[in-house]
Structures are given as C-alpha cells and as structure tokens.
Design a protein around this ligand. Structure first.
Ligand code: NDP
Ligand code: 3PY
Length: 313
C-alpha cells in the first residue's frame, strides 16, 4: 500500500513515521513535484493540482482538517484533481471537538459573568458590582450542529444554559432544542442571545451572518465565529456593534487571513480575536483515525467521514 502526503506546514517526517507505524504494511512518502508514481491513498491540505490530477488508482483522499472548503473550491476549477469515484474524507473530531468546547465554554462564561464589563471598569479604576446575568436570559444558539457544533451545544447545555442548534436535519442532542432548515432559522434566532457559528463554508452558508440575521437576535447579543470568515459580513457586524444590537464578538476566523493590520476589528474594544486556532489538527488523533478508516476501506467496509460532494461538506 502506498500513501502520499502533502501539507504546507506540518512536520512531514512526523506524519510519515506515524502513519508507517500505524500501518506497517504501507509505504508512506512525502509527495514531491514530478512524483507520479502510483499511490493508494493521499493525505493532503492545500494540495497542488498536479499531486492528485489523474490519479484514478486512489482509494481515498484524506483532508487533514475538518473543513474541506479549500479543496472543494480548488476542485471547481480543477475537477481532474479528484478522479471520478475517488472518495474524499475529512477529519471528524479527532480531538477538535474538545478544543471547540474549551473555546466556546470559556468565552460564554466570560460574557455570562460579565468579565468583559469588569475589564472595561478596571480600565477606569472603578469598583462597581453589576447586576448578574441569569441563565434563562442567556439562550445560546449554535449554527451548524454536526460533529463539532453538536458537542459544543451539549457542553454548554451542561452549564445550565438554554441551548438550541440549527442544522439541515433535525438533531437529538442532550439538553439542546433542535431547529432544522431555512424555514426554522427565524425561530432559532428569535431570543438567541449568544450566537456560535460552526457551519461549513458552502454556497448556502456564505454571508449568512449579515445585518438581517443579526437584527433577529436578542438585543445586546454576543457573536462567536469559529467556522469560516466568509460566513460573517464584517461590516455588518461592526454596524451592529456600533448600534448596540451586538454587545461583543469573539472571532477566530476572518474573510481575509491573516486579518489585515488596517482592519477596524483589531481596534474595536468589544471584539476579541484569535488567529484561526479554535481547533487545530492533532496529529496523533488524526493519524489513528485515518489508519482506522484505511483499514475499513481495505476490508470493504464503508467508513464514516466521507465528504458529500453534492452537499459541499
Ligand atoms: N476555526 C477553526 O479552527 C476550525 C473551524 N472549523 C470549521 O467548522 C466547520 C464545522 O465542522 P464539523 O462540525 O466537523 O462539520 P459537520 O459537517 O460535521 O457539521 C456541519 C453542520 O452544519 C449543518 N449545515 C450545513 N449546511 C447547512 C445549511 N445550509 N443550513 C443549515 N445547516 C447546515 C449540517 O447539517 P446536517 O447535520 O443536517 O448535515 C451540520 O449539522 C468546518 O466546516 C470548518 O469550516 C473546523 C475545525 C477548526
Ligand atoms: O480543520 C479545519 O477546518 C480548520 O479550520 C483547522 O484550522
């Protein structure tokens, strides 16, 4: 079995040795330009077109992340990159759900306990107890209720918040009210105080967090974007912050990354920023998952994690 690997920043040696150890029968190599020797599987992130083009012999391509938008958009321009019938897999959880839970829970508690307000008061050397917020007025809405969104929603429900989620199909997550489809989006938004985005980037979800949507949230809402920058119209968020409709935002992803130095988001006192690291690929967990999936394919089983090219995620 031959496996080729390409990632612009990961330590290739670590991946080659790790995969080799998990699949001793495999021969794993870092793909180099000009290498068109046969391969059974490809592990990739931002793959060059020529790495995958015409490789009809592949039994599977593994994206080394959860979101496959960058690969799918490249495929639009270069359909030959994924020969017909070759399945594309992505990482399902592999340690990312826990990271997303840590990120979301810590920030929700930060807002709920009004640490943002106390930080602002501290700047003015003001000792001033504020009114408590109450769980019943702190409804959390998670846009996108898949592998990551579902777990984030459940972890917040465990803290006693009313939690709802929105997805294409109905869900049955513990302590979480499920809304599904475009026809239930308004109902989902109505009363949502904290909006957390964990949708995939698809033609249906681009620009979904815009002024129309923000205006449907509860007054003084909070917005957390953990999915993709293109989901959020940054100017609309800034307008909603300035009008007071949105009280604060925590953003991990941006329309342009790295976020340009002249972006007004950097200086906004009620916007917090992290550089796209809400959940990163954990090599060990990812390799265990990929090796397990390869074994399932080799045994003629149908593994999970296959991307639907029709749905775009
Ligand atoms: N900031 C970061 O560091 C990271 C960001 N991400 C981002 O998080 C995203 C989510 O990951 P993951 O949870 O694994 O993805 P999943 O595919 O498991 O979940 C996607 C969810 O979105 C829902 N959805 C998709 N399209 C629509 C639509 N048009 N209307 C309503 N709901 C929709 C799906 O509904 P249904 O369940 O019904 O299909 C599903 O619940 C990734 O695509 C990636 O962009 C991921 C990792 C790290
Ligand atoms: O896995 C993903 O989709 C990511 O965004 C990782 O940073």
């Amino acid at each position: 079995m031959d496996i080729i690997f390409h990632h612009p920043t990961f330590n290739a040696q670590q991946w080659i040795e790790g995969m080799q150890q998990k699949l001793p029968e495999a021969s794993v190599r870092q793909w180099q330009p000009g290498d068109n020797q046969p391969a059974d599987y490809a592990l990739v992130w931002h793959p060059p077109v020529e790495m995958l083009s015409g490789r009809q012999e592949l039994k599977g391509v593994f994206a080394l992340g959860a979101g496959v938008d960058s690969i799918l958009s490249k495929l639009q321009a270069h359909p030959e990159m994924l020969p017909k019938g070759v399945p594309l897999f992505r990482l399902e959880d592999t340690g990312m759900a826990l990271q997303m839970q840590e990120y979301a829970v810590s920030q929700v508690l930060h807002w709920f306990r009004r640490f943002d307000d106390y930080q602002a008061l501290k700047q003015q050397a003001k000792w001033q107890p504020l009114d408590d917020y109450h769980h019943e007025n702190f409804t959390i809405g998670v846009l996108g209720a898949g592998v990551l969104g579902g777990k984030v929603a459940e972890s917040l429900a465990a803290w006693g918040f009313p939690v709802r989620c929105w997805s294409r199909s109905k869900k049955d997550y513990h302590g979480v009210t499920s809304y599904a489809g475009a026809e239930q989006l308004d109902e989902f938004l109505n009363g949502t105080r904290v909006l957390i985005n964990l949708l995939p980037n698809t033609p249906q979800t681009v620009g979904i967090i815009n002024s129309q949507l923000l205006n449907k949230l509860a007054d003084g809402a909070y917005v957390m974007n953990l999915a993709r920058g293109v989901h959020l119209i940054e100017d609309d968020l800034l307008a909603a912050l300035d009008s007071g409709k949105v009280k604060s935002a925590m953003l991990d992803v941006f329309a342009k990354e790295p976020l340009p130095e002249n972006s007004p988001l950097w200086k906004h006192p009620r916007v917090a920023i992290t550089p796209h690291l809400a959940a990163v690929t954990r090599p060990e967990e990812a390799m265990v998952y990929i090796a397990k999936t390869i074994r399932q394919i080799e045994n003629g089983e149908s593994p999970g994690g296959q991307v639907s090219l029709d749905n775009g995620y």
